[in-house]
Design a protein. Sequence first.
Length: 237
Amino acid sequence: MLQQALGVVALVSWLALIVLSARNMSACAWSELRDRAHGAWELASVGTSGLAIVAAKVARYTPEHWWLAVSVPVWLAALCIYGLMTWLILWRSVAQRQDRDGFEPDTWILMGGLAIATLAGDNIHSLAPNWLAGPVLVVTVMTWVAATLWIPPLIYFGLHRISHRPEMLHFAAVWWAFVFPLGMYSAASYTMAAEIGQRSLIAVSLVFFWDALAAWLIVVVAGLLLLCRSLVSPPES
C-alpha cells in the first residue's frame, strides 16, 4: 500500500512539473531556449526515467500490475525529453562555436541520462509480455550503447579543459554533477549484463562503481576542505 501511495505521489508530482516546464519553455523562442540550455536540463529526462523505474518496481512488488502500463509511456517520454534537451545543448554548442574548453562537469549528464533510461528499460523488460519484451530490449541496448559512446568524448573534452584551465580543478558545486552519471552507468551496465547474458559487463560495472566512489570521495573531501578554509579564514574587511 505504501509503495502504491508513493508511486501516485511521484506520478502527480511529475505531471505537475511537466506542465510547469512546458509552460515556461513555450514562453521562450527556440533560439532563447538554445542559449540557456546546459547539462542540468537533462534532469528532466533523468527524473522521468526515475519515475518509470518506480512504476516498474510497483508493478513487480505489488498486485497492481497495471503500473507497467504507466512505466512504458513514461519511459518513452523520458527518451523524448532526452532527445529534445540534447538537441538544444548540441545546437547551442554549434551556434555559439563553443570551443573544447566550454564543457562543464554537468555535461556528463548527457551520458547519465541515457544510463538511467537503460536502467528503466531493464526494469520494464523483466516484466513485459513477450510481444513487448523484444522491442524494449532493443531500445534498452541502444540506450546503453549510446551512453557508452558518450564516454570517450566526455573524457577527452574534460582532460583538454583541465590541461588548459587548471584552476577548474578547484572545488565548485557543479562537480557533484560528475558523480551521478558514473554511478548510474555502473548500475545500468550491471543490469544489462543480466539482461543480455554478458558477464563481462559486470567487470565494466565494477570499474565504474569504483570510479564513481572515488569521484564522490574527492568531491566530498574538496568540499569539506573549502568549508574549513572558509570557517578558519577571517572575513575580508
